[in-house]
Design a protein around this ligand. Structure first.
Ligand code: NAP
Length: 248
């Protein structure tokens, strides 16, 4: 991490995949990284170890981003400990795929609740502190699906399109107080979320990527670090596409 990043970083869904890579990329001496996760069996230990190895301070907690009460407690803990929030990365997300006519109401509700409401809950909680500081960097992990749509992902694509609308609104509401809000729209990134796809589906996806490879969590983490850096101070309300050319 470059020295122009300030001290307290919050990453939702930091136990694995893209969120874990973001935690590792931001980790550095003088930086405290709070991350959360949701599954009862998750400990966050690997992420904590990677942050410590890079010289940072790590705090991993089980916090369901879709619960306003749990999110409020999480951010109160952060403020009690450090007194500030410099960067919020809204990364936690789930997918429950089905074609429209087979999609259950519960699967629609779950994905919207975690992905979209979770991003709203954390942004609102962090914004209170960022407004007082007159500084903050909000980075929301959207998706190519939220821009282009994707068969079988009506719930997921709608949640990610919603995140883009939320990002642009937050950028307009909070820009005058030194707070930027941007979204990253990853293409196909190799993580647990995409691990269940068939060989055929994988090769179909690969054939649509001009750069000829799938993305890695580090491809996304590097862009998040840039958006939190001084070099990105004049960027707000934007959607940065990181997809190997899959959507142009
Ligand atoms: P992943 O490997 O499945 O990791 C998801 C993370 O979110 C985990 O840390 C998980 O915690 C956490 N999480 C899930 N529900 C949560 C909740 N209710 N509260 C708090 N944390 C919760 O997924 P990923 O591929 O890294 O995806 C990260 C983000 O990138 C998501 O927003 C996803 O939609 C987006 N994205 C991914 C791709 C891709 O191709 N992989 C493409 C575009 C966008 P547990 O460990 O406890 O489960």
């Amino acid at each position: 991490m470059t020295s122009d990043i300030k001290r307290t970083i919050v990453v939702t869904g930091g136990s694995k995949g893209i969120g874990r890579a973001i935690c590792k990329t931001f980790a550095a001496p003088g930086v405290t990284i709070y991350f959360n996760f949701n599954s009862p069996q998750t400990t966050g230990q690997e992420t904590e170890e990677e942050i410590f190895e890079a010289g940072g301070i790590a705090r991993g907690m089980r916090v369901d981003v879709s619960s306003e009460a749990e999110v409020t407690n999480f951010f109160n803990t952060i403020i009690d400990d450090t007194g500030r929030i410099d960067v919020l990365v809204n990364n936690a997300g789930i997918a429950k795929d089905a074609l429209l006519l087979r999609m259950k109401e519960q699967d629609w509700d779950d994905v919207i609740r975690v992905n979209l409401k979770g991003t709203f809950n954390c942004t609102k909680a962090a914004a209170k502190t960022m407004l007082k500081q007159r500084y903050g960097r909000i980075i929301n992990i959207a998706s190519i699906a939220g821009v282009a749509g994707n068969p079988g992902q009506a719930n997921y694509a709608a949640s990610k399109a919603g995140i883009i609308g939320l990002t642009k609104t937050v950028a307009r509401e909070l820009g005058s107080r030194g707070i930027t809000a941007n979204a990253i729209a990853p293409g196909f990134i190799q993580t647990d979320m995409t691990a269940g796809l068939s060989e055929k589906a994988l090769s179909d996806i690969l054939s649509q990527i001009p750069l000829g490879r799938n993305g890695t969590p580090e491809d996304i983490a590097g862009v998040a670090l840039f958006l939190a850096s001084k070099s990105a101070d004049y960027i707000t309300g934007q959607v940065i596409h990181v997809n190997g050319g899959m959507y142009i």
